[in-house]
Design a protein around this ligand. Structure first.
Ligand SMILES: NC(=O)C1=CN([C@@H]2O[C@H](COP(=O)(O)OP(=O)(O)OC[C@H]3O[C@@H](n4cnc5c(N)ncnc54)[C@H](O)[C@@H]3O)[C@@H](O)[C@H]2O)C=CC1
Ligand SMILES: O=C([O-])CC(=O)C(=O)O
Length: 327
């Protein structure tokens, strides 16, 4: 039997938490032979704590063989103690008519406090995924608030955008979603993101050549992927949850267990490549092996792409300036 992995999840009694925890405990994230200890954080309010107790009762009632332990708490330093993985979901979601950056100041203080708590008590190798919006800037805040942890351990979730783009492309080209490789989503998890299939292949053939429709790319595909979150809020009255939890599982699964050479998108602190200033939490293509991600380097950037990549960068820089006083 392997040593249990400690997985901290914040916002555990929320919508995404409810779709996430049961899949982690069943082994879908870290493997069917990997025991886990769930360390769940919720707000110190009776309603949130009662809801968390209910979720823990249900986890218990599933009798998951891989669930080696559970902690439910309102104290970040308890939730993050020795955590190997921290999934920072807890934050206010947006409602109709809001942009994710409208949440910035309200949610930012959560991530200064949680970054500091991770810095103090988490495993020195903790892998951090920020889901709470605006995800890139919150991940940046957490990273800056945890100076004793390696910056590369802090990541933001662009995987939902990546998965959304894959499905749109598969529909358009009439191909199986699982056959598409080498997709990229550059930048911020916001409508400025740039989903880019210039390098994408289907069974080795160029997907761009198969689609061959620059107008669809610029005027349908890119805005549709960028505004998908808003379309879901409009339809459901609530922001996406099951698909967000699914993307979080994919992100951590691939980071820990590897991608076998396949590209996935992760929001990671920039190393200065692709004209993105160092430290900016920016969606880039990576491959993962041995528990580490590696940027896909040296991709050509044409004029259309440069403009799109700079636009999403400008928004991230603006968000960064907006929280500079907190750091
Ligand atoms: N990056 C992405 O692709 C996506 C991000 N999101 C974001 O994820 C976040 C969570 O969404 P939902 O689960 O739908 O929201 P929700 O409101 O259903 O759940 C959030 C939970 O977090 C808890 N919470 C709030 N502040 C907390 C704190 N400081 N510590 C611990 N728990 C805290 C709340 O009590 C609540 O139970 C939102 O910010 C949402 O915008 C949602 C979908 C996709
Ligand atoms: O749109 C939202 O506010 C929730 C989210 O991040 C998404 O669904 O992509």
């Amino acid at each position: 039997m392997k040593t249990p992995v400690r997985v901290a999840v914040t916002g555990a009694a929320g919508q995404i938490g409810y779709s996430l925890l049961f899949r982690i405990a069943s082994g879908e994230m870290l493997g069917k032979d990997q025991p886990v200890i769930l360390q769940m954080l919720e707000l110190p309010m009776e309603k949130a704590q009662a809801a968390l107790r209910g979720v823990m009762m249900e986890l218990e009632d599933c009798a998951f063989p891989l669930l080696a332990g559970m902690v439910g708490t309102d104290d970040a330093e308890v939730a993050f103690k020795d955590a190997d993985i921290a999934m920072l979901v807890g934050a206010r979601p947006r409602g109709p008519g809001m942009e994710r950056k409208d949440l910035l100041l309200e949610n930012a203080k959560i991530f200064t406090a949680q970054g500091a708590a991770l810095n103090k008590v988490a495993s020195r190798n903790v892998k951090v995924l920020v889901v709470g919006n605006p995800a890139n800037t919150n991940a940046y805040i957490a990273m800056k608030s945890a100076p004793d942890l390696p910056a590369k351990n802090f990541t933001a979730m662009l995987r939902l955008d990546h998965n959304r783009a894959l499905s749109q492309l598969a529909n358009k080209a009439g191909v199986a979603v699982g056959d598409i490789e080498k997709l990229v989503v550059w930048g911020n998890h916001s409508p400025t993101m740039y989903p880019d299939y210039r390098f994408a292949t289907v069974n080795g053939k160029s997907l761009k050549d198969m689609i061959d429709d620059a107008d669809w790319n610029a005027n349908t595909f890119i805005p549709q992927v960028g505004k998908r979150g808003a379309a879901i809020i409009e339809a459901r009255g609530l922001s996406s949850a099951a698909s967000a939890a699914n993307a979080a599982i994919d992100h951590i699964h691939d980071w820990v267990l590897g991608t076998d050479g396949k590209w996935v998108t992760m929001g990671v602190p920039s190393d200065g490549s692709y004209g993105i200033p160092e430290g900016v939490m920016y969606g880039v293509p990576v491959t993962c092996a041995n528990g580490e991600y590696t940027r896909v380097e040296g991709l050509p950037v044409d004029g259309f792409s440069r403009a799109a990549m700079d636009k999403t960068l400008a928004e991230l820089e603006e968000e960064r300036q907006g929280v500079a006083h907190l750091l």
